[in-house]
Design a protein around this ligand. Structure first.
Ligand SMILES: Cc1cc2nc3c(=O)[nH]c(=O)nc-3n(C[C@H](O)[C@H](O)[C@H](O)COP(=O)(O)OP(=O)(O)OC[C@H]3O[C@@H](n4cnc5c(N)ncnc54)[C@H](O)[C@@H]3O)c2cc1C
Length: 394
């Protein structure tokens, strides 16, 4: 069997794996090993493909801010098409959630985002389908963007190849061992060797760590369901924003001429080819019919996808504390596509032993606060922390 050698082996060909491989390919030779026959088959190909700086926990939302310039103005030659297009996001608060929404608005302003805090009745000009009388306050974020995930993945793949890197599909890593200072990964496509391994296996990161002989870490997948249905007859939905409720019990957005809705379910799952859950499909329809004027007589399409989280929902990026040549790029949760560009730059700098890029450090991100060695990740029995919001983490 052939043995191929590189400086870095990246396990997983989703957004995390391809983006970090692209960034590492300026530092050395890189081979990405992906189980499936095409990259992005799992979570990356199933997302809502939206970028909002008001979505997710504190550190992830800062990585989203740090990803914006890459998505809006990628490097020359990265893509022939725009990676992003305007979408807008509308956040709706119930009576008792108004202070929380105002605090989110203040944090967004601190980070330079423009927002419009308004009444739900006024928010009808952004999305005429909401039942305004059910809500007490609205926040509109005009700079929320739709991401062209295919173009983003194609750009990373093309850029990786142009820099001499390689993506090997149908190459599930079946064995992974470190001997004589070198990692050896066995796949059906042959053997691969490198001094450094990057674990970007999404829902399978625990499995890959186990293959490497490392102790269990708390980074586990949860299933999320999504559904599309036809919009109301005659409605021009193209400019409707991604609409969320503050308690995160649903979101919906226009998607290729239809409406996509998720009941934002979060069910622990084994790593797998996730499917839609029928009960969650029914809940999604109920939320649409309860909080909007839309009706859902038939469903066009439904799917499931995995979102992988550390207990604090923050990034798990950097060297494993027991094995510094094993680099984690994990715990992307619901921010992996939108925050992937900055997460990849951060991961590549930590993998190469460099200091964190200045723009990312300036946002308060340190090697310690994203480290796989922090206690909630490295001690499986540690008390589950409260999930941080924007204002919670310095
Ligand atoms: C319904 C839904 C909506 C979402 N909406 C958004 C959104 O609007 N914006 C956003 O930013 N994020 C969103 N997300 C989250 C986003 O999809 C994830 O954060 C992101 O795709 C994770 O990327 P990944 O590369 O870590 O995982 P994946 O895309 O799952 O990639 C991991 C890869 O590793 C491979 N792999 C696993 N084990 C091995 C092995 N042993 N050997 C080789 N390869 C292996 C797998 O085959 C897989 O391709 C959403 C997710 C869902 C489910």
């Amino acid at each position: 069997m052939t043995v191929q050698t590189a400086d870095f082996l990246v396990i997983g060909g989703g957004i995390a794996g391809l983006s970090v491989a692209y960034e590492l390919s300026t530092r050395g030779t890189v081979i990405v090993l992906e189980s499936e026959n095409s990259p992005g088959y799992h979570s990356t190909g199933r997302s809502a493909a939206v970028m909002s700086e008001n979505y997710g926990p504190a550190l992830w939302s800062r990585l989203v801010t740090a990803s914006r310039s890459f998505l809006e103005a990628p490097p020359p030659g990265f893509t022939d098409v725009s990676l992003v297009s305007p979408r807008g996001a509308l956040f709706l608060a119930l009576e008792h959630e108004q202070d929380k929404l105002r605090a989110q608005g203040e944090e967004l302003i601190r980070r330079g985002a423009s927002i419009d805090i308004t009444t739900p009745a006024d928010a009808l000009r952004y999305c005429p389908a909401i039942q305004a009388d059910k809500f007490a306050l609205a926040l509109y974020e005009p700079d929320c963007l739709d991401i062209d995930t295919d173009a983003l993945m194609t750009g990373y793949g093309k850029g990786l190849r142009a820099r001499g890197g390689q993506l090997q599909t149908n190459a599930r890593v079946l064995e992974l061992a470190r001997r004589g200072g070198v990692w050896k990964a066995s796949t059906r496509q042959g053997e691969f060797e490198a001094a450094v391994v990057v674990n970007a296996a999404g829902g399978w990161v625990q499995e890959v760590a186990q293959l490497a002989g490392l102790p269990a870490r708390n980074v586990v997948p949860f299933r999320r369901t999504a559904v599309t249905f036809d919009p109301p007859a005659g409605a021009d939905i193209r400019t409707w924003p991604m609409t969320f409720d503050v308690a995160e019990t649903f979101y919906f957005k226009p998607e290729a001429g239809r409406i996509m809705v998720s009941p934002v379910d979060m069910e622990p799952s084994a790593p797998c080819d996730a499917q839609a859950d029928e009960l969650e499909v029914a809940i999604a329809i109920d939320r649409i019919e309860r909080f909007t004027t839309m009706r859902v007589p038939t469903i066009s399409h439904k799917w499931g996808g995995l979102r992988t989280f550390a207990p604090d929902h923050e990034p798990v990026i950097g060297p494993d504390q027991d094995q510094p040549t094993f680099i984690w790029v994990a715990g992307q949760g619901g921010n992996g596509v939108m925050g992937g560009a900055a997460a990849a730059r951060l991961a590549a700098s930590l993998a190469a032993g460099e200091s964190i890029p200045a723009d990312i450090a300036a946002l308060g991100i340190t090697a310690a606060n994203v480290s796989p060695g922090r206690s909630c990740v490295s001690e499986p029995d540690a008390v589950r922390p409260t999930v941080g919001r924007l204002e919670d983490i310095a």
